[in-house]
Design a protein around this ligand. Sequence first.
Ligand code: NAD
Length: 284
Amino acid sequence: MGQIIKGKPVADKISEELIKEIEMLKGKNLVPKLAIVRVGARGDDLAYEKGALGRCKKVGVETEVHELPEDITQEDFIKELEKLNADKAVNGILTFRPLPSQIDESVIKYVIAPEKDIDCFSPVNVGKMTEGDKTGFPPCTPTAVLEILKHYDVKLEGADCAVIGASMVVGKPTALLLLNENATVSVAHIFTKDSAKVARGAEVVVVGVGVPRLVKESWIADGAVVIDVGINVDAEGNMCGDVDFDKVVDKTSMITPVPGGVGSVTTSILAKHVVKACKLQNNL
Ligand code: NAD
């Protein structure tokens, strides 16, 4: 049976490091601060917000939440973002997406200040991630995937990796981050002829498709490392991943659980990015 690699030890290690860094920053009269911009009150946004606020509090990152009305105009939304861009006390801005239909994300992504864009909304950060420029902010979830792989000493250089799913939030950035680690990366998506074959050819498989328990044992090579990014609720109301964990676990060498895997590291990365933004903004 594969080793079940949990997110908590990874999150705890990041938190410990952040607590020390924030102590150092406080000695310089700096307190990192995150502003969350939420339009309306969607359940999944609120759940993520609760986790993010809890994590930030634990490590000493200050937070403020800007809840905006569901029917806010694009003009007013831009004004709110510009205020936060200009606020020197705010180091990081997280905007929940998708935004309501009256707000055009392709306009907004150019409004958020790239140096405060801690979850890779701005094309500047997408570009920096593509170049492997460490001054940028890759999105938190794919960064959490990489942190888990590194924490558990999974060798990436030269490794055959498969990413199943190719969204801008999960799959594509994960593929780029793996490529930046000199892995050989294949990506499968909804139009791929045989996603199972792509997965089977890999030593490391990262799955983010949003289909409960899609990945079966026939998709996984013996001894592969499997990272399940999926968060779903099955027909019985239980949380589950995109990997059929019970069937797949015996074929793997390591596998993340859901819940308790990638999701538990994501908010630590968010806090880490706010601290990094604070340091960069203060030339530290
Ligand atoms: P999405 O719907 O935007 O994208 C899904 C991707 O999977 C697409 O690229 C699509 O082409 C691909 N896909 C769908 N069915 C497929 C199939 N049968 N074979 C191959 N590819 C297929 O979803 P998303 O936002 O990328 O989220 C994916 C999953 O990750 C969801 O379960 C979501 O809840 C979860 N998620 C988790 C975190 C976290 O912190 N753990 C963060 C974001 C998303």
